[in-house]
Design a protein around this ligand. Structure first.
Ligand code: FAD
Length: 460
């Protein structure tokens, strides 16, 4: 009996539990629905990544992949009818939009003639499906450390094998893979291949290379010592369970680096879990205590300053390097994400969703759970929030985490002539601003005080 495998963020062959379920029922038709809602909300780097991943999946799936455009609640039942499928298999999608969409599709399938068709969910894009890890009293966790402990105790299954009796249903008409326009538009950017093969290659390089020193080097954007797998995790060209199983089997499994890496994966799982329990936190403050913070713009300069932040011309080199890395690579190192986010919220006093939206439009790994909660961590309104009174000093952060200034010089050509760590304070160097690098848009010390004043007022 034919089944449909409706693909979403699981664009791979290996370790694919929903594919294994589908294959157990008979020939499998892999379907990707180019949903206009999702296409409209994805920035060009993300759409280009999707285009890459789907294009590479075609030959991997023996050219059986079918792409159709339209609303999933119309397209999926139509394809089921067209091929006479008796089941539809998916990897469960825990985001608010995904859950609403899947509920609509499940209803439409149930209403098909005869007995209807069930939307069968297996696994999720996480090691532990969001919503599963609960406190003893049945309540969800709100703080990372106890969540991560319980998450590890809960454990996860071993990776699923490629089904031995896998048969694809070929010869069904397909439309073009979405995102070709976006891929052309970002042709000038320095983007990695987002395919299952590229994910596995990058992963094995990292596993046998930087993993061992990850604990020491992960905060150093100049070294590029992190896995850079986030875009692969976003589209499921690799599954986190594969990563966790490989780490556990690696000779360095007990190293601090390995432990730290697992802990970072746990942050991703934690934020997905928080979003599952609190769908409203996608775009609103999770903790309302500080939501009365003032974002008024008395001198009318906020729009211009926001533009300076977006374009990487705030006059603070570590911040500007980060925003220019975003435009060049669709990715920013985690340490720098924290610094640029803090600068926008606490130095420029712009409400975090503006920054979060900008990130979602430009990041290749833009992910609603990690992004919105990452921003709220910085703003002090999420779970586990950094204390609201911690305001990153963009110069001190640069000096500490880019000690030789290599990261800044890599992305800010106007400062290429400034040697060493002095690049973090070009205004102290005689010809520091001689090649077009701008003056600072604000005085960090003044704005830090202003941020604290606004936070205190909101708390009162
Ligand atoms: P590694 O250091 O190699 O970590 C391995 C994996 O662990 C990552 O790929 C990621 O899946 C997960 N991870 C690591 N750090 C975090 C973290 N702090 N929170 C959640 N998961 C983490 N991550 C996204 O995937 N998408 C986003 O849209 C996103 N937006 C962010 C916005 C802000 C303001 C901040 C502070 C962080 C954001 N992050 C986001 C988290 C983090 O910055 C990226 O996951 C990380 O930089 C990706 O690089 P990597 O794959 O080399 O990470």
């Amino acid at each position: 009996m034919t089944s449909v495998l409706w693909l979403r963020r699981d664009l791979r062959l290996h370790d694919h539990p929903a594919l294994a379920e589908a294959a157990a029922a008979g020939p499998v038709l892999p379907l990707f629905v180019a949903d206009p809602t999702l296409l409209a909300s994805s920035g060009a780097p993300r759409l280009a990544a999707l285009h890459d991943a789907l294009t590479a999946l075609r030959p991997t799936y023996d050219d059986a992949l079918v792409v159709r455009y339209g609303r999933p609640e119309e397209v999926v039942p139509a394809v089921v009818r067209e091929v006479g499928a008796t089941s539809v298999h998916v990897t469960a999608e825990p985001t608010p939009y995904g859950r609403r969409r899947d509920a609509r599709v499940a209803r439409a399938l149930a209403a098909l003639d005869d007995d209807g068709v069930v939307l069968d969910e297996t696994g999720s894009p996480y090691a532990v499906t969001p919503g599963r890890v609960l406190k003893d009293d049945g309540e969800p966790y709100k703080v990372f450390t106890p969540f991560s402990k319980a998450w590890k105790e809960h454990g996860w299954r071993r990776p699923a094998d490629i089904p031995r009796d896998l048969r694809w249903l070929t010869g069904v008409d397909s439309e073009a893979v979405p995102g070709a326009g976006a891929a052309a538009a970002v042709g000038h950017m320095d983007l990695p291949d987002v395919t299952e093969a590229a994910a596995r290659e990058r992963w094995h390089d990292f596993l046998d290379g930087d993993l061992e020193r990850y604990a020491e080097d992960r905060n150093r954007p100049d070294l590029r010592a992190t896995s850079e797998l986030s875009v692969h995790l976003k589209y499921g060209t690799v599954h986190p369970r594969t990563l966790l199983a490989d780490v556990a089997a690696h000779p360095a499994a007990r190293s601090k680096g390995a432990q730290h890496f697992v802990s970072e994966l746990a942050w991703r799982e934690f934020y997905a879990d928080v979003l599952w329990h609190h769908p409203g936190s996608a775009w609103a403050d999770l903790r309302p205590g500080l939501s009365r913070i003032a974002y008024e713009d008395p001198d009318g300069a906020a729009a211009e300053r926001f533009a300076a932040w977006c374009e990487g011309r705030t006059g603070f080199p570590f911040v500007d390097a980060g925003m220019r890395q975003l435009h060049r690579e669709g990715w920013i190192h985690n340490r720098v994400r924290m610094v640029v986010a803090s600068f926008l919220v606490k130095d420029l006093h712009v409400w975090w969703p503006h920054g979060a939206r900008y990130f979602m439009a430009h990041l290749r790994d833009g992910d609603i759970a990690s992004n919105s909660h990452g921003w709220q961590w910085v703003a002090g309104t999420g779970t586990d929030a950094a204390p609201y009174f911690r305001v990153f000093n963009p110069v001190a952060q640069g000096m500490r985490f880019d000690p030789n200034g290599d990261y800044v010089r890599r992305y800010v050509p106007e400062l290429a002539h400034v040697p060493g760590a002095a690049v973090h304070e070009p205004w102290t160097v005689l010809d520091g601003l001689a090649h077009g690098y701008p003056e600072r848009v604000v005085d960090h010390r003044v704005e830090r005080e202003e941020a604290l004043r606004r936070y205190e007022a909101a708390r009162a």
